[in-house]
Write a protein that binds this ligand. Structure first.
Ligand code: NI
Length: 244
């Protein structure tokens, strides 16, 4: 179990990458693809009291963490698009500590999970379209004056998502929120994932379907697929959006 101090950076601080190989970019893009589903799974079964638990003394509650990730990545995609469409623009920072005190941070986490699903789907389409020229485009952060390339931005938000995901998963371990979810609602996540590298480059398919089961009586469950991610080139298009 991590101490409060270790909980500040449960996966370590962000280290600017030493390299940006194709494999590095591919791995970070996968992190972006997976995060919305991983976050959804991380909070499943948490009640209001659980969500109002800080991940460390004086830290944000799990609820604030989820809303923060949505706000942060919303700002990120704005910066990405500014960098794509303007010549090294200076972006607008925001006061994340004060954002986390606004009324919308008391909402259930669902609105922010939905935001992240949409934002990450759009981020991935952008990243997949990039050539070396786009990866090298930059924006300026006014606090440091430094130019941030879009490939560094990808690395940063891969880390940022995993960093906050760990706040939630480690807090669940700490407080025993991992009690078996045997309530009216649970989630099963199905991942069909075939990296195109392993398929010789000719085919790629990634379908992440999340099925929600709602217990309707002692022995019956209703089920719905509510979201999925799909990577171009997959010939399993008959699976897309299929109800179960
Ligand atoms: Ni953050």
């Amino acid at each position: 179990m991590l101490t409060d101090e270790q909980m500040r950076y449960p996966i370590g601080k962000f280290q600017p990458p030493a390299s940006y190989t194709d494999d590095d970019l591919y791995r970070w893009m996968n992190d972006i693809r997976m995060l919305p589903g991983q976050l959804r799974q991380a909070v499943i079964g948490l009640n209001d009291d659980d969500l109002n638990t800080p991940y460390r003394k004086g830290g944000w509650t799990l609820r604030q963490v989820v809303h923060h990730v949505a706000d942060s990545h919303m700002n990120s995609i704005t910066r990405i698009k500014l960098a794509l469409t303007e010549d090294s623009p200076t972006i607008k920072p925001y006061e994340e500590a004060y954002w986390a005190l606004q009324a919308d941070y008391h909402l259930p986490v669902e609105p922010s999970l939905k935001m992240l699903e949409g934002i990450h789907q759009r981020m991935i389409v952008l990243f997949e379209s990039f050539t070396e020229k786009e990866w090298e485009r930059t924006f300026i952060h006014p606090e440091t004056g430094a130019a941030n390339s879009l490939k560094k931005t990808l690395a940063t938000y891969s880390w940022h998502g995993r960093h906050h995901l760990a706040h939630i998963t480690e807090t669940r371990k700490k407080y025993g929120f991992n009690k078996p979810i045997n309530q009216a609602f649970y989630i099963k996540s199905l991942v069909y994932y075939s990296p195109f590298r392993e398929l010789g480059g000719s085919a790629c398919c990634c379908l992440i379907a999340r099925r929600y089961y709602t217990q309707t009586s002692a022995n019956t469950y209703s089920c719905s697929c509510v979201s999925y991610h799909y990577i171009k080139g997959c010939d399993s298009s008959d699976l897309i959006g299929k109800r179960c």
